[in-house]
Structure formats: C-alpha cells, structure tokens
Design a binder for this molecule. Structure first.
Ligand code: NAD
Length: 251
C-alpha cells in the first residue's frame, strides 16, 4: 500500500525539516523527487542522496519568475505537489511591522499560490494530480504571538479548499495538513532568534503545548502526507488534516 512508483513529486522546502522527511519517505516508496528549495545546493544534495531520477532545484517560491523558470526546468508531468516551503514569525498585531506582514505573505501565501499555479496545468492536462499544502494549527486556533504567521496559514487553508473545488472535475485532489509543533530547524531557528538564553525553557513549553507532551517528528507528518498523496486516498479532497498530539480535542 501507499506506493508511489512512477510518480513525480515536486516538494518545495525539501532541503529541511518536514519537506526533507517527505522527500525521503516518498522516494523510499517509489517516487521521483523534484526537490525545490531556496537553498539549491542543499536541494541538489538531497536529490543526489535519494538517487534515481530525483533532482534538486534552486527556487525562491515567492518570486514568480523563479517559480516559472523552475517548473520549466522540471518539465514533464507532475503527479504530486507538496508546498512545504515556509517561514516563521513571532509577533502580535502591535509588534508586527508591514515589512513582516509582506515577507510572511510573500513566502507562505504567494509561494503556495505560485507553485500551485505552475503545477495545475500539467495536472489538468493529465486529468489527475495531487496537491498537499502545509497549513498549521495556527490556521484555525488562536496561538499567542503568531499574528502574521496565522494569517498566512489561514490563507493556505482557504486556497486549499478553493483549488479542491475548482479542479475536482479535472481529477485533481487538493488537501492540507495542519501540524502542531514539529521539531525541525524551523522551530530551532525561531526559538534561537526570539528567545535567546531561554531556549531550553521554550522547548519544554513548546513540547507541553501538545497534550501528548512532546513536539511532533517530521517523519510523522511525512507518513500522513504519504497516505494523502497515494492512490489509497483517492476519495479524499478538500480536507484539512490536524496532526497535533491532541492539541485540538484533548486540551
Ligand atoms: N515545524 C513546525 O512546528 C510546523 C508546524 C506547522 C506547520 N509547519 C509548516 O511546515 C512547513 C515546513 O516547515 P519546517 O518546520 O519543515 O521548516 P524548515 O525551516 O525546516 O524548512 C523550510 C524549508 O523551506 C525553505 N524555504 C524558505 N523560504 C523559501 C522560499 N522563499 N523559497 C523556497 N524555499 C524556501 C527553507 O530553505 C527550508 O529548507 C512550513 O510551511 C511551516 O509553516 C511547520
């Protein structure tokens, strides 16, 4: 079950964290990985490690020309698109600047839009395809100090529903997953930047915010993604999957 043999999967943010775990698991299950990341060297190193026909691409998902060029280079059919490239921000309405808002929007919202727009044409032509977006519990729950980030993840959820509806008849499925805290360089980075000297304390706090008592592992998100992108999930579209250590229902 859950094999992806013969499928080509574009994964943005594939050089790190959740995107990297997905690239590894999808490749282990037969997919060819087209690893897209701002850090092109790392994306290429990932693809080389995965072997086969996998390839790495340098691309800034927030930049239309960069995305267009990247998908031209990728060429051919795209069976799966995962939008995992994303950036974090800590701040309230009062402390979030216009620059912060635009930066978060550019990567997390415009980036997801541009990559879906580039991938949808070949999918519609083939009459099939799967898109999986990385939303977050921040899309639908109130998280303290995550004003701009929550805005972007709400938008990712809304775009997911819209795309699922509009391309249902074309055979394209579109879903998103909403993880609670997952231990990746993303979390290490914002803890180091925003809570210097209080890293250990913040880590414990972030783990405890899931009733299960710890952060998620990137591999756990990848396992859910593998199912959602496989043919076994053919009946699933227009859904947002929480993967949250009990965050929503057990608090
Ligand atoms: N880690 C968490 O706790 C968590 C929870 C919920 C949702 N998410 C979401 O999951 C996704 C992946 O998060 P992660 O924890 O793996 O992060 P990460 O920082 O480990 O990896 C993100 C990757 O995206 C790349 N990237 C950033 N900006 C880019 C751009 N403009 N163009 C191309 N690539 C770019 C980075 O180079 C990096 O390799 C993000 O969308 C994040 O919002 C993460």
């Amino acid at each position: 079950m859950f094999r992806l043999d013969g499928k080509r999967a574009v994964i943005t943010g594939a050089a790190s964290g959740i995107g990297l775990a997905m690239a590894e698991l999808f490749a282990a299950n037969g997919a060819t990985i087209l690893a897209v990341d701002m850090d092109g060297n790392k994306a290429e190193a990932v693809a080389q490690r995965l072997g086969g026909r996998s390839a790495g691409f340098a691309c800034d998902v927030s930049d239309e020309r960069s995305v267009t060029r990247c998908f031209e280079e990728i060429g051919g059919p795209v069976d799966i698109l995962i939008n995992s490239a994303g950036i974090a921000h800590v701040g309230t309405l009062r402390s979030t600047t216009t620059v912060d808002m635009d930066r978060l929007y550019a990567v997390n919202v415009r980036g997801t839009y541009l990559c879906m727009k580039a991938a949808i044409e070949p999918m519609v032509r083939q009459g099939k395809g799967v898109i999986l977006n990385l939303a977050s519990i921040a899309a639908t729950a109130a998280l303290a100090d995550r004003f701009a980030y929550s805005m972007t993840k709400g938008a990712v959820l809304s775009m997911t529903l819209s795309v699922a509806k509009d391309y249902l008849a074309s055979g394209v499925r579109c879903n998103c997953v909403s993880p609670a805290r997952v231990h990746t360089p993303f979390v290490d980075g914002f803890v180091a930047k925003n809570y210097p000297g209080r890293e250990a304390e913040k880590f414990e706090e972030l783990g405890k915010s899931q009733p299960i008592g710890r952060m998620g592992k990137p591999e756990e998100i990848a396992a859910l993604a593998l199912f959602l992108c496989s043919d076994e999930a053919a009946f699933i579209t227009g859904c947002d999957y929480p993967i949250d250590g009990g965050f929503f229902n057990l608090r």
